[in-house]
Design a binder for this molecule. Structure first.
Ligand code: SAM
Length: 262
């Protein structure tokens, strides 16, 4: 349920953006979310289910009250805030060029940008794989509309929008060289199902590049729930059979964790 993702703005936008009307719009509670919260409360204290999920009261209001391997899952960033993804200082702040170089893409690679948002990385990768393509997956149709508009504007023909679900990215099996997930995994509602599907979508030897703000860095101001530790990420990826290869430490604020399908 995407309307629930109202807390995102507090994390990402500078105070000057938080106009009262905007805040009001972002704090309305849709009925479906109230139901979900009620159901979650009834199951407080339950032990993890067979997939490893547990329901507990949110320790942090930016979370959905669902925990995976001890980590609370965050609310999804609503498409209304998508301007933040294209902010002019992002390249400098996150070292996005460094990240793109570190991916070492080959011109023929077929890659997925999972949780693509507006396609910030999809379009930057598209020129690096001129004989391949980028499958840009998101669960919000509005994000895919933005992607299509950018493809038309830039005359890009090798970025394919893919509508995923919270359990399934709808990627083809055994066919991808790389799956890139930037600042999205901590929002995945069903991380185990999603990552199993990611694993199955990779060619043998294909790589997953997981980029998340570093939980271990005390200097970062970003909320804890929107960050991940290397240890937690490794545990979660290894649970679906993805082998840890490397933590590339070249980004200023984020982990760039490389995993591989054996
Ligand atoms: C914070 S944005 C990051 C977008 C993009 N990766 C970037 O760095 O510019 C997270 C995106 O992940 C998407 N998302 C969340 N859960 C998802 C899921 N299960 N499958 C696909 N996309 C998902 C959201 O809709 C949102 O567009």
């Amino acid at each position: 349920m995407l309307l629930k993702h109202r807390f995102f703005f507090v994390r990402l936008l500078p105070a000057s953006f938080l106009a009262p009307a905007f805040m009001l719009a972002c704090t309305q509670t849709p009925i479906a979310e109230s139901d979900a919260a009620l159901m979650a409360q009834r199951r407080i204290g339950s032990t993890p289910d067979s997939a490893g999920y547990q329901r507990k009261a949110p320790q942090d209001p930016n979370g959905i009250g669902k925990y995976y391997m001890g980590r609370q899952i965050a609310h999804v960033m609503g498409h209304e805030a998508s301007g933040w993804l294209e902010r002019p200082d992002r390249q400098q702040e996150e070292g996005t060029d460094i990240l793109l170089r570190a991916l070492k893409l080959k011109p023929t690679d077929v890659v997925a940008d999972l949780g693509a948002g507006t396609g910030y990385f999809s379009f930057r990768m598209s020129s690096l794989v001129p004989k391949g393509k980028v499958l840009a997956v998101d669960i919000q149709p509005e994000m895919l509309d933005k992607l299509r508009a950018t493809s038309t504007k830039l005359h890009v023909t090798n970025v394919e929008p893919v509508l995923g679900t919270v359990r399934n990215p709808n990627l083809p099996a055994n066919s991808l060289d790389l799956v890139l997930i930037v600042d999205a995994y901590h929002e995945f509602d069903h991380p185990r199902e999603m990552m199993r599907a990611v694993r199955n979508s990779l060619k043998p030897g294909g790589r997953l590049a997981l980029v998340e703000y570093r939980a271990e860095d005390p200097k970062l101001t970003i909320k804890r729930i929107h960050r991940m530790s290397e240890e937690q990420a490794r545990r979660e990826m290894e649970a679906v059979g993805l082998k840890f290869v490397q933590n590339d430490k070249s980004l200023p604020q984020q982990h760039l964790l490389i995993f591989q399908r054996q």
